[in-house]
Design a protein around this ligand. Structure first.
Ligand code: NDP
Ligand SMILES: O=C1O[C@H](COP(=O)(O)O)[C@@H](O)[C@H](O)[C@H]1O
Length: 587
C-alpha cells in the first residue's frame, strides 16, 4: 500500500470535530477523556483541532505535521516574531489561527496563468478539503469585470479529477461563490485600499491571513507589492506573496528586484515559485535517493558518469513571444527549472527536511559550480517548416518577435560542480521549444562495470551496456532503471531491460498539479519548495556572464526545423564530454 504523507482537513466547532474524521476511535476517546478529566483551564482551552494536529495525522508536503511550520506556537515559521509590513509586530498564536480567514488574491486574474493554473489549482485544493473553512478568493486586474463575470471565466477552466467526480459540480458552485473580483490599477494605492475594504467586508471582522499571488508581468511586481503591503496587507494575521518568475534577467536586475521587494516584505513573506519543484517526480527525487539504501552509496563521481536534465516542448512560443524574446530558453527553463532540479539532485544529505536545511544544501551546490563558459553551450532557434499541408511557423514569424531576433529557443550546456562528490562529472542540460516531443526527464548514466565478465556479449560498445536511471518527470511519470539481464534460454545472450515504476500502473489516480502543492505549501508557510534569495543569487551568478557574452557577441543560434529533434550542436557538445544523450535511444 502506498503511504500518503499529505492529508488535508477543515475545521468545525462541534465535537468530535470534522478534523477528527480520520482519527482512530481510540484517539477521539483519548481526547474526550482528556478534556473531561482535566478541570484545569489549559486542556479545556486548547482548541480541538490543535489537539488533533499535535497527535499525528495531518501532514504538509514535507511530511511535517500540517501547519507545524506556519502555525507553530511561537507564531511563525522560524519561531521568530512575525513582523507585519504595516509596521506592527506581534506573535501569532496557534489558537488564533484556528478561526482565521484566508483570503487569496490572484493579481493578474484576467491572465493566462491565472486561468490555466491558479484558479483550477485552488479549486482542486478546495475539492480535497485542503483550504480552511473561511477562505475567499479575490481576483484583481485592470480589466473591468463583475464578480459574476469572474465566476463565469473561472468556471470555464475548472475540471474535476478523473478519479474524483463525486459532488464535483456542487463543489464547483460552492467554490465559485467564494470568488470575488476587484478591478484596479497595479500602481494605485487607492485601488488596493478598496480591495482591502472589500476583503474586510467579506472577512466578516475576524482575523485574516492574506496570500497574494503575483500572476503578472515582472515589470509591475514592485508596484503591486508596494500597494498591497501598504494598503491591503493583513492587519492581524500573516501576509505572504507568491512571486512568479522571471526574477530578473541577470544578477543585477534580480538583486534589484529582491532589494525592492524587501522594502515592503520580509524574506520569509516572499514565496518565489518554481513550479518544477512542485512536480511529483521532482519531489520523489530526494525520497528515492535518501530513503533507499541502494541509491545513496552510488550517488557520486565514483559511480555516476554523467547526469542529463532534458526539457522539450512540441510547440513554439505561440502567444508568449513578447515575453519570451526578452528572456530566451536559458532564462526561461535552464537557470531556474533545470538548475533547481540539478541542485536537489546533487545536494548533500540535509540535516532534516526543514526548508532551511534543504535550501542550505542546495545553495552549497550552486555555489560550488563553475560559471558557464561559452564553449560549453550551444544555442538554437526554430525555423518554419512544412509537413504535408501543414505549415509550422518560425520563431521570428511571431508578430511580437523582431525579425532579426537572436533569442535562443533551444540550448544545451555542460555544467560542473567542483566539489568532492561531483568533481569531473558533466551535468548536461538540454532545453528547447518546437521540438518533436514534449518531455522533461532526469537521466543518470552510470560508469562501465569494471572488468565486465560479459564484455564479449555486448561487443565493443560498452556505452550501450551501462546502467541508466531515468526519472521521467512528464508526461507519463515513471522511474526506470536500465539493467542488463540474461535472455531466458540455454544460451548466454544478454539483453537490456527496464525495471520500471510506471506511475499510471502503480498509482491509478490523478497526480495533483504542481501548482496545487505549491499553493498549499504557501498557505501552510512551508518554504521548502520555494527559492530563497541566496539560491537565486547563486543561480544568476552561474548564468549571467554567459548570457551577457551571448548578447554582446551577438552569437547566432543554429536554426532547426519546427518539430525536429533540434540542432546538431548538442551532439558535438556531448561528444566533447564523452557523453551520449540518453533520450536518443529511448525515442
Ligand atoms: N503563462 C504561463 O504559462 C506562465 C507564466 N509565468 C509567469 O506568470 C506571470 C503571469 O503570466 P501570464 O498570465 O502568462 O501573463 P499575462 O501576459 O497573461 O498577464 C497577466 C495579466 O497581467 C496584466 N498585464 C499584462 N501585460 C501587462 C502590462 N504590460 N502592464 C500591466 N499589466 C499587464 C493583464 O491583466 P489586465 O490587463 O486585466 O490588468 C493580464 O491579464 C508572468 O510573470 C509570467 O512570466 C510563469 C510560468 C508559466
Ligand atoms: O515556466 C515555464 O514553464 C512552461 C512549461 O511548464 P510545464 O509545467 O508545462 O512543463 C514553459 O512552457 C514556459 O515557457 C516557461 O515559462
Amino acid at each position: 500500500m502506498a503511504t500518503h504523507l499529505s492529508t488535508c482537513s477543515s475545521s468545525s466547532a462541534s465535537f468530535p470535530p470534522s478534523s477528527f474524521k480520520n482519527q482512530t476511535p481510540h484517539f477521539i476517546k483519548f481526547i474526550t477523556l482528556l478534556r473531561e478529566s482535566h478541570s484545569s483551564r489549559w486542556v479545556s482551552q486548547i482548541p480541538l483541532r490543535i489537539l488533533a494536529r499535535k497527535h499525528f495525522q495531518l501532514k504538509s508536503s514535507n511530511g511535517h505535521p500540517l501547519n507545524a511550520v506556519s502555525f507553530n506556537a511561537a507564531g511563525n515559521t522560524l519561531g521568530q516574531e512575525y513582523t507585519e509590513p504595516r509596521g506592527k509586530s506581534f506573535p501569532i498564536s496557534d489558537s488564533e489561527n484556528v478561526a482565521s480567514n484566508l483570503s487569496i488574491t490572484v493579481v493578474g486574474a484576467s491572465g493566462d496563468l491565472a486561468k490555466k493554473k491558479i484558479f483550477p489549482a485552488l479549486f482542486a485544493l478546495y475539492y480535497e478539503d485542503c483550504l480552511p473553512e473561511n477562505f475567499m478568493v479575490f481576483g484583481y486586474a485592470r480589466t473591468q469585470m463583475t464578480d459574476e463575470e469572474l465566476r463565469n471565466m473561472i468556471s470555464r477552466t475548472l475540471t474535476c479529477r478523473i478519479d474524483k467526480r463525486e459532488n464535483c459540480e456542487d463543489k464547483m458552485d460552492q467554490f465559485l461563490k467564494r470568488c470575488f473580483y476587484h478591478a484596479g490599477q497595479y500602481n494605485s494605492e487607492e485601488d488596493f485600499a478598496e480591495l482591502d475594504s472589500k476583503m474586510i467586508e467579506k472577512e466578516a471582522g475576524s482575523k485574516s491571513n492574506r496570500l497574494f499571488y503575483l500572476s503578472i508581468p515582472p515589470n509591475i511586481f514592485v508596484d503591486v507589492v508596494r500597494c498591497a503591503s501598504v494598503k491591503a496587507s493583513s492587519a492581524n494575521g500573516w501576509t505572504r506573496v507568491i512571486v512568479e518568475k522571471p526574477f530578473g534577467r541577470d544578477s543585477e536586475s534580480s538583486a534589484e528586484l529582491t532589494k525592492c521587494l524587501k522594502q515592503y516584505l520580509a524574506e520569509d513573506q516572499i514565496f518565489r515559485i518554481d513550479h518544477y519543484l512542485g512536480k511529483e517526480l521532482v519531489e520523489n527525487l530526494s525520497v528515492l535517493r535518501f530513503s533507499n539504501l541502494v541509491f545513496e552509496p552510488v550517488w557520486s563521481r565514483n559511480y555516476i558518469r554523467n547526469v542529463q536534465l532534458i526539457f522539450s516542448e512540441d510547440f513554439g512560443t505561440e502567444g508568449r513571444g513578447g515575453y519570451f524574446d526578452k528572456y530566451g530558453i536559458i532564462r526561461d527553463i535552464m537557470q531556474n527549472h533545470l538548475l533547481q532540479i540539478l541542485a536537489l539532485f546533487a545536494m548533500e544529505t540535509p540535516v532534516s527536511l526543514d526548508a532551511e536545511d534543504i535550501r542550505n544544501e542546495k545553495v552549497k551546490v550552486l555555489r560550488s559550480m563553475r560559471p558557464l563558459l561559452l564553449e560549453d553551450v550551444v544555442i538554437g532557434q526554430y525555423k518554419g517548416h512544412s509537413k504535408g499541408s501543414k505549415l509550422y511557423p518560425a520563431y521570428i514569424d511571431d508578430p511580437t518577435v523582431p525579425k532579426d531576433s537572436l533569442t535562443p529557443t533551444f540550448a544545451a550546456a555542460a555544467l560542473f560542480i567542483d566539489n568532492a562528490r561531483w568533481d569531473g562529472v558533466p551535468f548536461l542540460m538540454k532545453a528547447g521549444k518546437a521540438l518533436h516531443t514534449k518531455r522533461a526527464e532526469i537521466r543518470v548514466q552510470f560508469r562501465h562495470v569494471p572488468g565486465n565478465l560479459y564484455k564479449r556479449n555486448f561487443g565493443t560498445d560498452l556505452d550501450k551496456a551501462t546502467n541508466e536511471l531515468v526519472l521521467r518527470v512528464q508526461p507519463d511519470e515513471a522511474i526506470y532503471l536500465k539493467i542488463n539481464n540474461k535472455v531466458p534460454g540455454l544460451g548466454m545472450r544478454l539483453d537490456r531491460s527496464d525495471l520500471n515504476l510506471l506511475y499510471r500502473s502503480r498509482y491509478p489516480k490523478e497526480i495533483p498539479d504542481a501548482y496545487e502543492r505549491l499553493l498549499l505549501d504557501a498557505i501552510e508557510g512551508e518554504r521548502r519548495l520555494f527559492i530563497r534569495s541566496d539560491e537565486l543569487d547563486a543561480a544568476w551568478s552561474l548564468f549571467t556572464p554567459l548570457l551577457k557574452e551571448l548578447e554582446q557577441k551577438k552569437i547566432v543560434p543554429e536554426l532547426y526545423p519546427y518539430g525536429s529533434r533540434g540542432p546538431v550542436g548538442p551532439h558535438y557538445l556531448a561528444a566533447k564530454h564523452n557523453v551520449r544523450w540518453g533520450d536518443l535511444s529511448d525515442d
